[in-house]
Design a protein around this ligand. Structure first.
Ligand code: SKM
Length: 282
């Protein structure tokens, strides 16, 4: 196998991304030469639709692979030669591998959340799951949760159409009756009978402080899985732990999606546990 790699991230406003450090540190520990560069649409003054041209440029200039983030994950697919099943099912790509002149799309947000959940909440009951948030991250984690064997998932979103669209697409993919959409005013009733909550809205990030639901709806019979990882300890996780819920922070998804991408780029096995340990101090 080769021993030097050039990887990029295409997206908007990606200056604070942890990906360069996560990938390069793991590569350093494996003795690989590995550069992870930011290709920021904002810096380039480029529109999201430029992702196709940027992808071809990166391939032509010798990049081995790319991560793709907001707002390009759903735009890049049409520029690829093939899609792995997770990316095809979701209609979103976060990892592109160049090999023999072909560009193959993958989605490691799905596999990353699944790996994090399996590791962090291995015994969590999955009969009835409530998910807050039906945006890009929400679609990925809902796919992961149903792939992990969740019986039924109810998705809420401040935009009711977005929740309905995600539920419809989950039912098409996983079978009728596996998913439903609900408005946030039904959360009390939904959570009373649920096994756990997946949180996939931006609330709790530094720019969107606060709780995504009334704290009084949390009860000790729920587990709570968070997608936000900056900060690692969100107000939701603190409130959930205070009432006795088992919790999973967002660091695992961040680390495991990077680990899965690293494996795809290099063909080498990353030490995902070490990558996870890198997240907290970053
Ligand atoms: O899916 C990931 C992507 O691989 C990298 C990333 C980042 O570095 O900000 C965010 C997510 O979209």
């Amino acid at each position: 196998p080769q021993d030097s790699y050039l990887i990029g991230l295409i997206g908007s406003g990606i200056g604070p991304s942890l990906s360069p450090a996560l990938h390069e540190r793991e590569a350093d520990r494996q003795g690989l030469r590995y550069l992870y560069r930011l290709i920021d649409l904002d810096t380039l003054g480029a529109a999201p639709e430029a992702v196709g041209d940027l992808l071809r440029a990166a391939r032509d200039l010798g990049f081995d692979g790319l991560n793709i983030t907001h707002p390009c994950k759903q735009l890049v697919g049409e520029h690829l030669d093939a899609l792995a099943p997770q990316a095809e099912a979701l209609g979103a790509v976060n990892t592109v591998v160049f090999s023999d002149g072909r560009a193959i799309g993958h989605n490691t947000d799905v596999t990353g959340f699944a790996a994090s959940f399996a590791r962090g909440l291995p015994d969590a009951p999955l009969e009835r799951v409530v998910q807050l948030g039906a945006g890009g991250a929400g679609a990925a984690v809902a796919h992961a949760t149903l792939t992990l064997g969740a019986g039924h998932i109810t998705v809420t979103d401040a935009l009711p159409d977005r929740a309905a669209d995600l539920a419809a697409s989950l039912n098409r993919h996983f079978g009728a009756g596996r998913a439903a959409a609900a408005t946030p005013d039904r959360l009390a009733e939904l959570l009373a009978g649920a096994d756990g909550i997946v949180h996939a809205t931006p609330t709790g990030m530094a720019a969107h402080p606060g709780l995504p639901l009334p704290a009084g709806l949390l009860h000790p019979g729920l587990w709570v899985a968070e997608v936000v990882y900056r900060p690692l300890e969100t107000e939701l996780l603190r409130a959930a732990r205070a009432v006795g819920c088992a919790t999973l922070d967002g660091g695992g998804m961040a680390a495991f999606q990077a680990a899965d991408a690293f494996r795809l780029f290099t063909g080498r096995e990353p030490d995902a546990g070490r990558m996870l340990a890198d997240i907290a101090p970053l």
